[in-house]
Ligand binder design. Sequence first.
Ligand code: NAI
Length: 331
Amino acid sequence: AKDAVRVLVTGAAGQIGYALVPMVARGVMLGPDQPVILHMLDIEPAAEALNGVKMELIDAAFPLLKDVIATTDVVEACAGVNIAVMVGGFPRKEGMERKDVMSKNVSIYKAQASALEKHAAENCKVLVVANPANTNALILKEFAPSIPEKNITCLTRLDHNRALGQISERLDIQVSDVKNVIIWGNHSSTQYPDVSHATVTSSSGEKSVRELVADDKWLKTEFITTVQQRGAAIIKARKLSSALSAASAACDHIRDWVLGTPKGTWVSMGVYSDGSYGIPPGLIYSFPVTCEKGEWSIVKGLKIDEFSRAKMDATANELMEEKSLAYSCLN
Ligand code: NAI
């Protein structure tokens, strides 16, 4: 039998946490033959609720779940973890300035970076979900210098999956027949959902999404804003933010990273920019990536037209601003 993999979920008593931990325990993240040990971290005010989640995990009698640690101690939470899914953070509350929210999250991610660096297993893979996801991941990277930058990523897979969903709804086809959309940039409303290279598999072979949709205006306006604003639309409908889709996307992200992307298919991940596509190095930016043997690599050489270029730069600019705001909070 395989050794158990230790998976940390921070903010585990929250909404996403509640949807995510059963998926991990059922093998959705790492596969149906991979035993797991869940490490769940939250803060003191949520300690009792966190313990309730632990009770439910025990009651669910998941065969793959070998142990559950529920704690408010960051060091205990990070000890020996192979995968860290960082969902905990400080939400923006009414009347709060952007800088105040940034400042709270910068200090959380700085502290958790140190704990991961000192106590996580070697080669621990980190996925930051909590917003501002790209910038929290960047702070984590800066304050965990011994964790290789290739091991620190942020979640834009939810946006990627939303884009696949919109195309499949529009064309009235199965979502599994659509592939190779791209989310460029920040997990925010400046993200650029791009279908320039996306295709649909049909009985008569692969066709481009652009050709099939045949309405460039829709692709360049409504499609983009629907994906960008989907989070807000969910909040409006549910009075709560996306949780099941976020948890599912986090599983997709880790599964593809660890087990590999299917041949001919790429996915979107927020990763440390190496300067590809003219994106400034030193930002965590969402790119199209393929994964093999536990490592992602940015898909190179895609043709970028003028429309895409402007949108990719705009979201990069927002990330540079966020980065300087985050740095100004460090002092
Ligand atoms: P939530 O408020 O229900 O849960 C957050 C949990 O984090 C709470 O239980 C809270 O006590 C905990 N927490 C706060 N500070 C912590 C700390 N220092 N250490 C450990 N835990 C801490 O929020 P929800 O809905 O679960 O969302 C979590 C985060 O994910 C938010 O930042 C949200 O904006 C973000 N998000 C990101 C998405 C993405 O695609 N990247 C999609 C949806 C949400």
